[in-house]
Design a protein around this ligand. Structure first.
Ligand SMILES: CC(C)=CCC/C(C)=C/CC/C(C)=C/COP(=O)(O)OP(=O)(O)O
Length: 334
């Protein structure tokens, strides 16, 4: 993280973590323990740990969006929305780790490997319900719509694993639902919490969706070329499992020899060996998938800035944090 974005996310942590902790404390004991483990507050045996493991990007967007339309980032309604968005995000992570059978998240064993699949699913469900209860009213309806869109995106993502004809457009649409929707919703909820003009809410939603696309593109790149010591996840897991991530689908859509090699590896129908993983990583790069994803991520950030510019009521002077967070997304290393 860099400068202004880093300090915006640090302020977010200070402001939102107490609200999150108070909310999670209201969960029944065993569900609370799983949520506290997943959020990095406790070890598996209940020993207190340093703090929340995630970057708090989505709550950061809630606070920055509220400020951008002239509201206060310390308004209780804004803080509740920020905590709710983070709870909903963590519901998706808990369930996603179960679906993918991922072993590691945020440098630690995933909740399902520690507490069991059923319990991790139930803790995720409880966190989503907590999110909706925390905001209530119109904000809860908006968040619920967003979660339905995320589930639709996740459904598409899973269904792509059984197809070998997935197009780049399909993949981009899926990423917009799976990841872009929640970043858009975070911005919209921040603006709604301070009763912003509907035009500004819509512009901020579109801004969030575009940076959400850039976020997913960068996430996919980090999944292949990131440093596991920084990302907290094993490198190459998506490729090994032959996932249709954006750089892979971009590479497969070309006609180069490297695209053919990648297609043959994907047609093997089983997880890759270490040697095949190295070959596939190299083929995605040579077939242009890495360069395409990096360029597309930058283009999405440019589009996002244009949405801010079109929001006539948005306070131009107060948009600094939103711009800083957007710029940080393509540079991030975790
Ligand atoms: C319904 C369901 C299972 C949906 C799954 C949706 C899903 C997991 C989409 C991926 C989004 C993503 C890149 C998360 C990492 O966020 P991050 O890097 O901001 O995470 P952090 O909080 O650890 O920083």
């Amino acid at each position: 993280m860099h400068g202004a974005a880093e300090s915006a996310l640090r302020r977010t942590r200070d402001a939102v973590e107490p609200v999150l902790r108070t909310a999670v404390e209201t969960l029944p004991g065993r569900l609370r323990s799983i949520a506290a483990y997943h959020l990095g507050w406790e070890d598996a045996d209940g020993t207190a740990l340093g703090g929340i493991g995630g970057k708090l990007l989505r709550p950061g967007l809630v606070l920055a969006a509220a400020a951008a339309v002239g509201g206060s980032a310390t308004d209780p309604a804004v803080l509740r929305s920020a905590a709710a968005v983070e709870l909903a995000h963590n519901f998706t992570l808990l369930h996603d780790d179960v679906i993918d059978r991922d072993q590691t998240r945020r440098h630690r064993p995933t909740a399902w490997t520690v507490f069991g699949v059923e319990n991790a699913i139930l803790a995720g469900d409880a966190m989503l319900a907590l999110a909706l209860r925390l905001v209530g009213g119109a904000a809860a309806s908006r968040l619920a719509e967003c979660v339905i869109e995320i589930c639709d995106g996740q459904y598409e993502d899973c269904s792509f694993e059984h197809r070998d004809d997935v197009t780049l457009d399909e993949c981009l649409t899926m990423a917009g639902k799976k990841t872009g929707a929640l970043l858009g919703c975070a911005c919209a909820l921040g603006a709604l919490a301070v009763r912003a003009d509907p035009l500004a809410v819509a512009a901020l939603d579109l801004f969030g969706r575009e940076i959400g696309m850039a976020f997913q593109l960068t996430d996919d790149l980090l999944g292949i070329w990131g440093d596991p010591a920084v990302t907290g996840k094993p490198v190459g897991a998506d490729l090994t499992a032959r996932k249709k991530s954006l750089p892979v689908v971009a590479a497969l859509s070309g006609r180069s020899a490297a695209a053919g090699e990648l297609a043959r590896l994907y047609a093997l129908g089983r997880d890759f060996t270490e040697h095949e993983l190295r070959h596939a990583t190299d083929a995605v790069e040579r077939a242009g998938g890495r360069a395409w994803a990096a360029t597309e991520a930058t283009a999405r950030i440019t589009k996002a800035h244009a949405h801010l510019g079109r929001a006539s009521r948005v306070e131009l002077t107060a948009m600094h944090d939103l711009r800083a967070i957007a710029e940080m997304i393509t540079r991030r290393t975790n």
